[in-house]
Write a protein that binds this ligand. Sequence first.
Ligand SMILES: [Zn+2]
Length: 365
Amino acid sequence: MKIRIGMIAAILAIAAFFSVAIAGETYFKFNIDSRDELRKLTHIISIDNVDGNEVHAYANERELDEFKSLGYTYEVLPHPGTLIQPRMATDKRGMDTWDSYPTYEAYVAMMYQFETDYPLICDVQTIGYTVQGRELIFAKISDNVNTDENEPEVCFTSTMHGDETTGYVLMLRLIDSLLTGYTASDPRIVDMVDNMEIWINPLANPDGTYNGGNSSVYGATRYNANGVDPNRNFPDPQDGPHPDGQSWQPETVAMMDLAEAHMLVISANFHGGAEVVNYPWDTWSTRHADDQWFQDISHMYADTVHAFSSGYMTGFNNGITNGWDWYEVDGGRQDYMTYFRGGREVTIELSSTKLLPANELPAHW
Ligand SMILES: [Zn+2]
């Protein structure tokens, strides 16, 4: 009995050690007395969710030290990237039923295989490299794919927060669906592929997602390998070019270069940790000039998922929220794309669980 208690204590100690921080990244919660406190806090830590007075946030070691000096009482939580042992696939065949996460090598191979299998409508491009040298990959899908035609360019990217993995696999499946649907002459997909240029980047922060190594998404982090939150690292309409006080990260620069080289008229940025469509602005309470239009398209998305699943994405205003109303984000990509690039971007939170068990991915599709 004594040995068993000792063993349990040892296991708990080890679990506590790993839950505190992975790659120096801590996940924690605390309470605020008023929303005004967020204005200051959002420049110190990375706020992840605000529900009433309860705040969930991430911090690297430097950020946590600064937060501690403010005197808040906080509770360290198990890191979302460590809660499950995700099922992994090491090749494309292992992804056939879309209920596994690919290893990093399997992901890269899959992306280039799409181009090999569908060269007339799929062009796969590496737009840059991460801090640790992993590839930032887009699939461009269109008819006459190697010609820059006079067509609207639309963009989907996922998982810039490395531990929010649901959209990662769903974007791979979206690419596959568009390519196979076009080949099968699905009229709706043919119409989209013939008349748009569709850019899809399943994994915007591979260093975060594969923080634990290329063979598993276990241990995925929110931040990139420099301990920077990619979704606080963009120029901000109100807070200037470097709202987080950090230089632009390689992941940020690659995305900004793509956005400057193209006219992405509408885009969606997939995240996890909640179920909601979040529309501009994040940085201030002012409404977008086309606020009603943003509400309409956000409702259109939420209403569509409601038609397929009851009880999913039903919080907030029936599945949608203005960004600032939820909580202020400075340096987010949504506001950058919408304000500086003249696009229209929404942030779609796909699952309450960040590192979703792989067998739940098909239901989220
Ligand atoms: Zn996120």
